[in-house]
Design a binder for this molecule. Structure first.
Ligand SMILES: [Fe+2]
Length: 302
């Protein structure tokens, strides 16, 4: 039933690999350079969740992690594609698909896991009604790697309904919130999540936005908690990077978010404390205001 486990990585071409590498380190990732390609990972066991080649800046594509070899084969068969050996770090299997806008969308499986890194943690929060931390001081970790994993990608697409059905048919995604522009059924796009049955997943793994053309919107990386997100914000501010939107708390998905512009001009987001839903939570509709409004923090969009 579950076609994919999660999104796996995003792939870019950037103008200056050294600058990008420094940004990714400042963004809180672990970065490796192999044969002129950057591979960045978080604390999770995946060998990479971000790839960058050097050249004219472009979003080259993204990949999702299949739930089994059977699912990998089933999805490959929809387009008559071959399951190939993956030549990237971690190996495994890959199916190279192309979405309706011509974007490279890979499906990967069976990559060799790397050892998980320690996730920065903190003692429990004391809230007004729930005091869990007693006779203990908070001392935050100064870990350099604060990103856990890639959480979602947002794509502007030329024809939302066409792309929606392409991704749903192959990846088994469920709509979490479809954004309504009016009462006549005009739709801006939809937040979609993985279907892992009873298991809860992020509010969205992919958000497709009707835009009349293909364009990368942003990719979002989960950090361990608010303190780490705020530490990241301060570090990126001190280093002189350009903030795009945040810090704030979304209405749809409830994430605490912080969007940054990377040296190649792409928007990358830190998020934490997002809503988690399972299949039974169903699909919902929401007006545009709920997409742009925040529960706190600056209004706007990246
Ligand atoms: Fe996001």
């Amino acid at each position: 039933m579950s076609a994919i486990i999660d999104i796996h990585h995003v792939h870019f071409r950037v103008a200056d690999l050294a600058k990008q590498r420094q940004f990714l380190l400042d963004f809180g990732m672990l970065v490796d350079e192999i044969d002129g390609v950057l591979y960045a990972r978080g604390t999770d066991q995946s060998p990479y969740c971000y790839i960058a080649d050097e050249g004219e800046p472009a979003f080259l594509g993204m990949a999702f992690l299949a739930s089994s070899h059977r699912e990998l084969q089933r999805i490959a068969a929809i387009d008559g594609l071959a399951v190939e050996d993956c030549a990237l770090p971690g190996g495994g299997k890959v199916v190279h698909m192309t979405d309706p806008d011509g974007l490279a969308v890979d499906l990967v499986f069976d990559l060799k896991a790397v050892a998980a890194l320690p996730v920065p943690t903190r003692l429990p929060l004391n809230t007004g009604t729930d005091r869990q931390r007693k006779n203990e001081r908070v001392t935050l970790s100064d870990a350099a790697v604060v990103v856990k994993r890639l959480g979602h990608c947002v794509l502007n697409v030329s024809d939302f309904r066409r792309s929606e059905s392409w991704y749903k048919q192959r990846l088994g995604l469920l709509t979490s919130d479809e954004i309504q522009l009016d009462d006549q059924g005009t739709v801006l796009g939809a937040f979609m999540r993985c279907n892992r049955g009873e298991q809860v997943v992020d509010h969205h793994t992919l958000f497709l936005v009707q835009a009349g053309k293909l364009e990368f919107n942003h990719a979002a990386f989960e950090v361990s908690d608010w303190d780490m997100l705020m530490r990241g914000h301060d570090r990126l501010t001190r280093k002189g990077y350009e903030a795009r939107w945040g810090v704030g708390k979304h209405v749809l998905g409830s994430q605490v978010f912080d969007y940054w512009k990377d040296p190649a001009g792409f928007t990358l987001e830190h998020f934490t404390d997002g809503d988690l839903f399972n299949e039974a939570w169903g699909s919902h509709k929401a007006p545009l205001e709920q997409l742009l409004k925040v529960q706190w923090g600056p209004d706007g969009a990246p």
